[in-house]
Every structure is written in C-alpha cells, then in structure tokens.
Ligand binder design. Structure first.
Ligand code: CMC
Length: 393
C-alpha cells in the first residue's frame, strides 16, 4: 500500500539535486564541478580541488592563498583530544579510532551546532578539512607506539600529512616530491563521487540537523565497509593472498562461483559499466611510484596486471561489465608509499571529507531538502493480540 517504489539499494531513486559531481557510468566520465578528473589529477592540487568542490569555481591566486592560510590556521587539535587516542587499545583498527575521534570533535565545537549560521557552517568545514590529516596521523602514530608529530604550517597539505605520519623527533623529515605528488593525486581522485553510500549517509544524518562533525563520523563508519572504502584494504589483502600469477585462474573461478561468497575486490561498480576513469589515473600513478622507488618488479603489481588482463577477457566479467575500480591499484601504491594496509581506508576518508562537507553544505542550503525518511514494504505479521507467557505454546 502507499504511493512509493520499492528500490532496494537505491538503484533508481534520486534523493537530491546536486551541482557538485557528474558521473557518466557508461562512458566512464567523472567531472568535479564540470572539470574532468584526469585534468584535475594532472594539473591541480588537492587543496585547490577542495576549494573547487566547496565553492563551485577554481580560485584566483588571492582566493587560493586566503583559503590555504585559513585551512592552515585550523590544523592543530585541541590538546585534550590527544587523550582520546590513548583510550583506545593499540591494536584497534584506525578506522574505529577515526569514527570515535572525529565524532568527539562535536563535543569541542558547540558553535558548529548552529547549522543555520552560514559563517559557522564555513568554520566547521575548514576545521574538518584541516584537522582530518592530523587526526589520521595520530591514529597511525599511536598504533605503532611513536610520539605524535604536530602539524607544520610551512608545508603544503599533503607534505604536512606525510611528515605527521613519517617524521620522528630524532631525525629531520625529508619529503620525496614524486611520492608527495602521488599521494596528493590519490587524494584528488577520492575527493568526491556524488551520492555513494558514505555521502548519502552524511546527507541522511545531516538532514535531521545534526552536528556536522557527528555527520562526518557517520560517513566514516559507512566508508569502512569492504564494499565501499574498505575495498582498497580488501583488494591488497586479496592480491597478497593470491601471491603469484599461476594462482590467478583459481581466484577468477572462485569469483564467478556465486556459492563461494568471494568477489574480486577492486572490481565492479554500481555506476561505472566501463573502465573507472579514476582507476586509469591510479594505475599510472602506481607505476610512477614503483618506478621512483625502484620497485617496478613488485610481485603484487605483476599479479594485479595479470589479474586485470585475464578478467577483462573473461565472459563473466565482460557480460556483467565489471572493470577495475579505483581501489584495484590504490593499495599497491599506498603500500609502496609506506602505509600499512589498515591505514588505506583512513587515507580515503581524509580525501572524501571534502566531498562529504561540500554535499552536506549543499543539502543544508537547499530549500527543497527535508529530513531523509525512506519508506518500507512491511512483510511482517498482521495485527495480533498479546499472549501471556504461561499461555504460549
Ligand atoms: N566479483 C565478482 N562478481 C561481481 C563483482 C566482483 N567484484 N562485483 C559484482 N559482481 C557480480 C555480482 O555477483 C552480480 O551478479 P548477478 O547479477 O549474477 O547476481 C553482478 O555482478 C552485479 O553485482 P551487484 O552486487 O548487484 O552490483 P552492485 O552495484 O550492488 O555492487 C559493488 C557494486 C562495487 C559493491 C560490487 O561490484 C562489489 O562488491 N565489488 C567488489 C568491492 C569493491 O571493489 N568495491 C569498491 C567500489 S569503488 C570505491 C567505492 O565506492 O568506495
């Protein structure tokens, strides 16, 4: 009963209008505010892309300088926040730590609760963007038992993040520009992807008027799953499990067998029925990083390339239009950059934060937006009377 459509997984329901990101899944096209992803990855920087996603236009030099200084001003965490990290077990998954600590920011910034104030919305956005790398690096440092490294505002966004992760107090930190550029590009590729599961989660949480930091924590929780952001971790684990090229056919057969419960991680996408345009840039970046580090004979790269070649010629993958997605090559690249597997989805979260914020802001400013409230098809019992326990059969 009722006038609504049954649409599990929202495969055909648009919940909002948006001007931020455009995807043509059949043609393999991705545009941020109209700009093709490959052009942005080649010529722009992550922080400039943040400005673009949040404001709709590329910044002038003055606008960019002001934006960069604003973000820089907010990179430090309240010192009390450091105690949240030490409350976690050392072997906690960093995504669990991220959900908790980002959610805790809501307790530090009461002013952000006034989401109807444009100025407060802007400040909350800057804080979120600026503090995310600091929180992520602290989650990492805590997990390996090293001291927290504070942000350095003389460095650009990505170099600063790398130094917070890899610097140690007893040695100077020397950035490798090829690796920094690669991570910056990875951040650009992950910055937004219209109404994916985590972004829809942020919008749904935000539609009730909830505190923006709490909404982003909800997005991080959703991103964690292996069908979404957790796929980069799962893809690398899969490549390591396969281990050598001769075992690939076994895994292809397993992926085609519905009863196995196994899928090729880093393959397939709800929207892309063609090569994921981000995966193309990712593959190129992966080669650049491995070359720069003298790792071009990495056995996992060989397994990945051969797996892709075999899958793309296989009828099962051709018929279902399953192509490598962004996560297929990102794991190998991030591992080469020095990150442990458990940090991969955290890096995705750092990058996607700007997309979440831009979409949250767009939703709050949209006069048509109402609280998100999906309907259901009720399949349970008809009305019946309560039976006292001693009379139940
Ligand atoms: N390996 C083997 N078979 C697959 C795969 C795969 N990776 N992906 C989809 N299929 C099959 C699936 O079994 C189904 O077959 P059938 O029609 O016979 O039942 C068909 O293809 C369609 O799959 P679906 O699950 O209905 O498609 P979906 O749009 O609901 O799911 C997906 C999309 C990305 C969750 C899925 O392709 C998948 O699980 N891929 C592996 C995980 C992954 O790489 N996720 C990262 C996505 S990109 C980054 C991000 O969004 O965070």
């Amino acid at each position: 009963t009722g006038c609504f459509t049954y649409d599990p997984g929202f495969t055909s329901t648009a919940n909002c209008t948006s001007r931020i990101t455009y995807i043509d899944g059949d043609a393999g096209v991705l545009l941020y505010r109209g700009y093709p992803i490959d052009q942005l990855a080649e010529h722009s920087s992550f922080l400039e892309v943040c400005y673009l996603l949040l404001n709709g236009e590329l910044p002038t030099k003055e606008q960019f300088d002001t934006f960069r200084m604003t973000i820089t001003r907010h990179t430090m965490l309240h010192e009390q926040m450091t105690r949240f990290f030490t409350g976690f077990r050392r072997d906690a998954h960093p995504m669990a730590v991220m959900v908790g600590t980002v959610g805790a920011l809501a307790a530090f910034y009461h002013d952000s609760t006034d989401i109807n104030d444009q100025e407060q919305r802007a400040v909350a956005s800057y804080r979120m963007l600026a503090k995310m790398p600091t929180i992520a690096s602290m989650a990492y440092k805590y997990s390996i038992g090293q001291p927290f490294i504070y942000p350095r505002n003389d460095l650009d966004f990505t170099t600063n993040f790398l130094q917070m992760c890899f610097a140690i107090p007893c040695e100077p930190f020397i950035a490798n520009p090829v690796l920094t550029r690669a991570l910056d590009r990875i951040f650009i590729l992950h910055a937004d992807h219209e109404q994916n599961a985590s972004t829809s989660t942020v919008r749904l949480a935000g539609s009730s008027g909830a505190n923006p930091f709490a909404c982003i924590a909800a997005g991080i929780a959703c991103l964690w799953g292996p069908a979404h952001g957790g796929a980069n971790e799962a893809a690398l684990n899969m490549l390591m499990e396969i281990g050598s090229v001769d075992r690939i056919p076994e895994y292809i057969a397993k992926a085609k067998d519905k009863n196995s419960g196994f899928r090729l991680m880093g393959f397939g996408h709800r929207v892309y029925k063609n090569y994921d345009p981000r995966a193309k840039v990712m593959q190129k970046t992966c080669h650049e990083v491995l070359d720069a580090l003298g790792l071009h004979n990495d056995p996992l790269l060989k397994v990945a390339m051969e797996l892709e070649r075999i899958a793309l010629q296989d009828d099962y993958f051709i018929e279902k239009k399953l192509y490598p997605n962004i996560d297929f090559y990102s794991g190998i690249t991030l591992r080469a950059l020095g990150f442990p597997v458990s940090m991969f989805t955290v890096l995705f979260a750092i990058a996607r934060t700007v997309g979440w914020i831009a979409q949250w802001k767009e939703m709050i400013e949209d006069p048509e937006q109402r609280i998100g409230r999906p309907r259901q098809l009720y399949m349970g019992s008809k009305e019946r009377n309560y039976v006292p326990v001693d009379q139940r059969g």
